[in-house]
Write a protein that binds this ligand. Sequence first.
Ligand code: SAH
Length: 253
Amino acid sequence: MTGKVYLVGSGPGGTGLLTLRAREAIDAADVVLYDQLPGDEILSTLPAHAEKIDCGKYGGRHVLEQDEIEALIIDRAQKGKTVVRLKGGDPFLFGRGGEELEKVRAAGIAVEMVPGITSALAVPASVGIPLTHRNYASQVTIITGHEDPAKGESAVDWQVLGKSRGTIVILMGVANLPAIVETLINNGKNPETPVAIIERGLRKDRRVTTAPLKTIAAVARIAEVRPPAVIVIGDVVKLYNPDAPDLIPVNSD
Ligand code: SAH
């Protein structure tokens, strides 16, 4: 009997934003393969009896390569185990969940998807930045900042984004922020557009840095902004109030 694989999103951190279905799948797991992004508050609740595999694919430290992770998921499922692949936020948004789904399906293994609350939505929400608002933005684009926009053919439509009036949310964008800013301005984005960078959202030591687009790269460098961080570009950032309390309680991480 082959086992079953659950592709589970942990949400943005903290057990409070884990879905009920995610909790059920984790509690029933024989094997959990996890990344660091879910955070200790969630990782400390993995079942005692389960085999726990730290995939450590975070912050450039690759404990396990992607093909090794996929091979482990398939191996354990073929041994009849209930396998949970636990990822931060939502597995299908810059989480390589799509690739893992393809591999697991190709191996003929049953799979269930458990969506998670993505950091792209929850981290700005936690500090009171709505991504749309009737007065400020009626569209949102979520992009990866992982690739350097200055390098050759980009998979991101920078020309379109430069002209877009919508909110831009960037994940994995800290390292390439200077090049991203330059590319957006070169493609027509107003240099005065407000930007917020939220580091370690929903955690005790979360921090928000704001500046107009034209100076945000320098401000972030001086403030030593580090990943993980969500970058929000657009007029909705005007709604951020540094004196207001967080809208989502911080977790214990
Ligand atoms: N699938 C995940 C995203 C994975 S990419 C999701 O849906 O949330 C990893 C990026 O997510 C990080 O580089 C950062 O941009 C963002 N991120 C995830 N959790 C975060 C947090 N608690 N605070 C700030 N950024 C976070």
